[in-house]
Write a protein that binds this ligand. Structure first.
Ligand code: NPG
Length: 371
């Protein structure tokens, strides 16, 4: 038996179009990919949602790598895990760091499932079904460009549109999109924490546009401000960045800070916690949708599997590969005639990783041996 190994690849994937939010602009997506190979030689793959800098998550690519190297792997080396459950158990004493823990957990889970020939959907206790997906539209330079982009995405078959907003780019773009397209268009907005409680009167004016939801208007710790906004019973308030754990989700629901929760598995520490949050939300009648971070194939596939669970009643931020990438690290996902995507059918996340693409996009790689 050879020792288990963990390969970390830092990829730089060119985006087909710059993606701008209230937090900044990306033209290339840097993605940390992990390959866990167990002592039996079976590999599992996962992607991290970490960014280059801590602009969105408190963790970032280098901090995730260091946490794995200095904190998680030394713990795992003593008792080399073969299941996601044993990873969780072994690193249970590590507080926070959901992105680092989630990356390792998800790679080990993928290896575990591939070893047993089990698709992630089956492991999650769900059934494969077509997932209605939405598109997230970055902030363009002007309204005409926005209308062109939205029109193009609707022609592509997307059934729900999410507009990024920020102070100075809020009422006008939403009004323009509402006026240009049908009232039936499912529309939601995401502020990525760009407002403060003093903006509640302004944000209340979004009510007239019949939005599905307003996502994360305030800073992540401002749960009371979100609760105050939600108490108005206007546009439903959705939390994203505020929810880094199951406890965060439970607190938010308890104090009325979340009418909806965006579940991003990598943000909350992996798919097991994502399922727990889903279950709590379902029990409390809080709808959820699967969030996205411009995932390449691995994350996209696994998120589609997660989104088959029954509480995911809102379209996810899981668009077709071509929305972001001309070339991916696995087969592309394209919308079907109903504007849906399907999780692949194979074991684990179901993606056949294109090693040539990994090679082509890798800017840095490191291998750790657990012996
Ligand atoms: O379609 O994958 C997607 C992107 C959806 O807008 C989206 N993601 O704030 O939720 C967000 C945003 C994001 C992108 C967050 C990259 C973090 C990193």
């Amino acid at each position: 038996m050879s020792p288990a190994t963990l390969d970390l690849y830092r990829l730089a994937l060119p985006l087909v179009r710059p993606f701008r939010t209230s937090r900044g602009e990306e033209t290339v997506r840097d993605v940390l990919v992990a390959r866990w190979t167990g002592t039996d030689g079976v590999s599992g793959w996962a992607e991290s949602a970490a960014d280059v800098e801590p602009v969105y998550f408190p963790e970032y690519i280098d901090s995730v790598r260091l946490t794995i190297e200095q904190v998680l792997l030394p713990r795992l080396a003593d008792d080399c895990p073969t299941t996601v459950g044993s990873v969780r158990h072994t690193v249970a004493d590590v507080p926070g760091n959901p992105l680092a823990r989630g990356l390792v957990e998800t790679a080990v889970l993928d290896a575990q499932l591939r070893r047993h020939g089990m698709p992630l959907v089956d492991f999650l206790g769900s059934v494969r079904r077509p997932i209605t997906v939405g598109v997230s539209v970055g902030i363009p330079g002007d309204l005409d460009t926005l209308l062109n982009w939205v029109g193009g995405y609707l022609d592509d078959g997307y059934r729900r549109v999410k507009l990024k907003i920020q102070p100075g780019w809020d009422l006008a773009p939403v009004r323009a999109v509402r006026e240009a397209f049908s009232d039936e268009l499912s529309l939601q907005v995401d502020a990525n924490q760009a407002y403060t409680a003093a903006d509640i009167p302004l944000l209340s004016r979004l009510d007239e546009f019949g939005l599905l939801l307003l996502e994360q208007p305030f800073a992540r710790h401002e749960l009371l401000a979100h609760a105050a906004l939600a108490a108005r019973h206007g546009t439903p308030v959705c939390l994203d960045e505020s929810v880094l754990s199951l406890a965060d989700a439970m607190t938010a629901i308890r104090i009325g800070a979340a009418d909806v929760i965006n579940i991003k598995p990598s943000r909350v520490g992996g798919y097991l916690t994502a399922v727990q949050i889903h279950d709590v939300c379902l029990a409390h009648g809080v709808p959820v949708f699967c969030g996205g971070t411009l995932e390449p194939a691995l994350g996209r596939a696994a998120n589609l599997a997660l989104a088959t669970l029954p509480g995911f009643t809102l379209p996810g931020d899981i668009s077709a590969t071509s929305r972001y990438y001309a070339r991916d690290i696995g087969a592309s996902f394209e919308l079907d005639a109903d504007g849906c995507l399907n999780a692949p059918e194979g074991p684990g996340n179901g993606v056949d990783v294109d090693l040539d693409a990994i090679d082509a996009f890798t800017v840095e790689a490191v291998t750790y041996r657990l012996d």
